[in-house]
Structures are given as C-alpha cells and as structure tokens.
Design a protein around this ligand. Structure first.
Ligand SMILES: [Zn+2]
Ligand SMILES: [Zn+2]
Ligand SMILES: [Zn+2]
Ligand SMILES: [Zn+2]
Length: 468
C-alpha cells in the first residue's frame, strides 16, 4: 500500500502484491449456500483475468526497459494514478480476506440466504467486487491513455522497425525483402482496382498501405514484448449476447451508409503471411510464461462485409471469451461488448485505420497519413484550396492561387495604398479556402454529390485491405 512514510512503491511492486492476493482466491468460507460461493469465485476470477490482461497489455511485469514503470518514469502524476487504483485493489483484496475469515465463525446461512444478494451483502462481497471492477476499469483506461499518447512516437519508430519472418529471424535485408514483397502485392492489387488513378497518387496509395501495415505490425511486436504474464491468461467464457449473431438491422445499416464508392473488384488476401505470421518462438520471457496470443488474439481471417462490400475484419475470438480484449490493430484494451456487435466493431476499426492521405497531385507532404477525415480535409483545404481574393473596386474581383501572386498584384496594381506592415494582415483577411475541397474523385472521376465523403470511402476501403 502507498503510505506517506513508506518509500514510494513501483507499479510493478504494487501489481505483484495484488497479483499474490488475487492468486489466493476469494475467501468464500462463509459463503453458503454453495452456488453463491461459486458465483463469487467466478466473478473474482474474472476480475483476476482482467487484471492480468491489463498487466500483460501494458508490460507491468516486462523486463526493466520495456516495463510500465520505465515508460512512466518521467510522468510521476501518471504513475500516481496507476498506484492509486492498485492501492484500492490491494485494500479490497485484503479486506475481503479478513472479512471472509471473520464471517467464517458466524452461524450457517439462514434459508433467506438463498437470495443471492442477501448473501453477497454478508461481507459486502458485492461491493468489494464492484470496487475492484471499477479500479481495473481505470487501469485499462489509464493504459490506453499511455499507449495513445505514444502513438506518434510509435509511428516514428515503426519506420525503422525490423520485420521478422515466421521463424523469428530479423535483419535489415530481410525487412527490405519483405517490404518489397508487400509492395509488389499492393502494387498488383492497386493497379487492378484503380484504372483512373494518376500514377503519382497510385504510388502514394501503395506506400501509405505499406506504412499502415508496418505500423500495426510494430504495435503488435511491442505488445508481444510487453506481454509477459505470471500465468496463463485464460478468460472465462461468457454468454454471448443474443443479438450478436444478427447484430445489424437494415435500419441501422442505412444510418451509416453514405454514398460509398463501388467495392473493389479483386479480393485476394494479401499474400504476405510470411510477414504477418507471428513467430512461433517469441522473444524469451525473463522469468515466467509468456502468453502472447491469449492477450493479443487475432481477428479471424474471413472478413465481414458491410452492405457496401467493405471488408471489415471479424472481431478477434478473445472478444467472445471475456469482458475485455486487446484490439489487434491499435492494441488497446477494449470492452468486449464493442466487438460483439458488428456496427460498433466496424466503427472502432474505422478509427484504427489511419485511412487518409492527400489526394492532390502536387503536395509537400504526400505520404502523410491522417487518422481523421477532419484532419485530412483540413490539410487539403488549407494547403491546396486556399485562394486570395482582391475585392478592391476598379477591377473585376480577382482570385489568386498563391499568396505570392496576390502580393505581386497588390504591389503592382495597388502600390501606395497600404504599408509593408499592413501587408501580412491584408494577406490574411483575403485568404479563404474554396469549396468543395474536392471537385471530382481521383479514383473513378465521379464529380457530383458528396465527393469528399465518396473519396474517403475509397481511402477507407484501401486501408482495410492493408491491415495485416
Ligand atoms: Zn483498435
Ligand atoms: Zn497535400
Ligand atoms: Zn486588386
Ligand atoms: Zn470514386
């Protein structure tokens, strides 16, 4: 526990103590009748499983430089937030152990104890479990926050990440060879699905597909190196909500349906198993069993298609086995309910896609990937669709494509009517992006309707094809 006079604990130490308390199991001595005790035990095990999922996902027990303690070493306030939740869990676990022991000397349960809740209240086991549940929720949230905060760094590191083959070998040569293989697959795929696309944009599309693919592999590889758990994480199977088999009504589908581009013709699974297959013998763990694939389960291979033919991957199997699971794309911990309904799962995957890149031929940052359509549109609008308009009387309204042209116009036609100091201000108020940001689709030349929404559909579809 974190006491004022104690030396500051590490997250690893606190987690270790919680781990031990969890391992002892719940104190169910007084919990009669028998089925209440087994319910408590099951709920307790579920919380332990969620705790292990957390510890594994964020690398609590990983070797020093990969550990959570190391990663938050310069963020004391973040560390404190983790410790606070761990402290709560530890207290609750200790309390229930003592509480259960006290109750063990009390008389045997009365017939009313058949009411499960009444029995739960005996040593507030319900409250205890709820409190633990809430704290583990917080640990999940904090971990996701830490991981999201480092996405930019992760994407940078992914650029120099060495790919591994199915035997676990890695080297620069191998990485180059595998990247070339990936490029050839995507080249083939893109060529057969983008007849109208400019060569320059086609190349950009292929490179962004490779970048996305490798970014996800990198996240997974980090996940694997952190996923060192004390024991095997085996989530208890939970009942699947009845709506999971037919999760989408036609009404719901029409709500999300926009004017989608035609689905792509060719639908091969990229032939890159060599790259995507996880190594059979991952990096050795320092002390304990490594259970990588339990916590980072893969999506099943057959994609699920929405009505527009978008090939959304099915949720990973782990999502139907516990209350939480690790997303195979962003590697964050997600509540399983998010994956048990195709709609919410597709919405989540959409966010993981990082689908957007600039579709203007001449661009200063052609390979930049935008995770939201808002950022994407903002880039294109401010960098490619900005115009400078001169409203001065004495000539027809004039629209300049560049600020330089506008400045030249001002200095020649309106010389003497403003000072040099005023010019930046004039430039600023004269600039405005023209709409729509996109006038036609570079993929299929459509030029009416919501072109921006339509093009973003193309980009999402290609992004879905580049998921490992
Ligand atoms: Zn995700
Ligand atoms: Zn651009
Ligand atoms: Zn003018
Ligand atoms: Zn199109």
């Amino acid at each position: 526990m974190v006491g004022a006079a104690d030396p500051p604990s590490t997250i690893g130490e606190c987690s270790e103590r919680c781990f031990k308390l969890f391992s002892q199991g719940p104190n169910t001595v007084s919990l009669l009748p028998h089925d209440n005790a087994s319910r408590v035990k099951a709920s307790f095990e579920d919380e332990f499983a969620r705790f292990k999922l957390w510890a594994s996902n964020i690398g609590v027990f990983a070797e020093v430089h990969a550990s959570l303690d190391f990663r938050v070493r310069e963020l004391p306030e973040v560390k404190e937030l983790f410790l606070r939740q761990l402290d709560t869990i530890e207290c609750r676990l200790e309390d229930q152990a003592v509480g259960g022991a006290e109750q063990s000397s009390s008389p045997v349960a009365t017939p009313e104890a058949e009411d499960a809740n009444a029995s739960f209240e005996k040593w507030d086991v319900k409250e205890t479990l709820e409190s633990i549940h809430e704290s583990v929720d917080w640990l999940h949230r904090l971990s996701n926050w830490v991981r999201k905060a480092s996405f930019v760094n992760q994407n940078r590191r992914a650029k120099v990440f060495l790919l591994r083959d199915s035997k676990g070998n890695e080297s620069q040569e191998l990485t180059d060879e595998m990247t070339t293989g990936l490029r050839n697959v995507y080249k083939y795929f893109v060529k057969h699905n983008t007849e109208d696309l400019d060569e320059n944009l086609r190349d950009r599309l292929i490179e962004t597909m490779i970048t996305r693919h490798i970014r996800i592999l990198y996240r997974r590889s980090r996940q694997m190196s952190w996923a060192i758990s004390k024991v095997h994480y085996a989530a208890r199977k939970v009942d699947t909500p009845t709506n999971s088999q037919n999760p989408i009504t036609s009404e719901q589908t029409s709500i999300i349906q926009q004017r989608q581009p035609k689905p792509l013709k060719v639908t091969p699974r990229p032939m890159i198993e060599r790259i995507t297959t996880p190594p059979e013998n991952p990096r050795p763990a320092t002390t304990v069993n490594v259970d990588i694939y339990g916590t980072l389960s893969r999506a099943t291979s057959a994609p699920w298609r929405n009505e527009d033919g978008m090939p959304f991957p099915l949720p990973p199997r782990a999502a139907s086995m516990g209350e939480d699971f690790v997303c195979p794309y962003c590697c964050l911990i997600l509540p399983s309910r998010e994956a048990l309904n195709h709609m919410t799962w597709a919405a989540h995957v959409k966010k993981d896609l990082d689908a957007y890149f600039c579709v203007f031929k001449e661009c200063d940052s052609p390979y930049e990937i935008y995770s939201s359509s808002k950022e994407w549109l903002s880039h294109m609008s401010t960098r490619h669709r900005m115009r400078w308009q001169c409203f001065a009387t004495g000539h027809e309204p004039l629209l300049c494509k560049t600020s330089e042209d506008f400045e030249t116009h001002m200095r020649t036609v309106h010389a003497g009517s403003f000072s040099d100091k005023q010019l930046p201000f004039i430039l600023e108020i004269s600039a405005q992006p023209i709409t729509p940001t996109l006038e036609h689709c570079p993929f299929c030349s459509i030029s009416d309707g919501d072109i921006e929404g339509h093009v973003s559909g193309h980009l999402r579809e290609f992004a879905l094809r580049s998921l490992p």
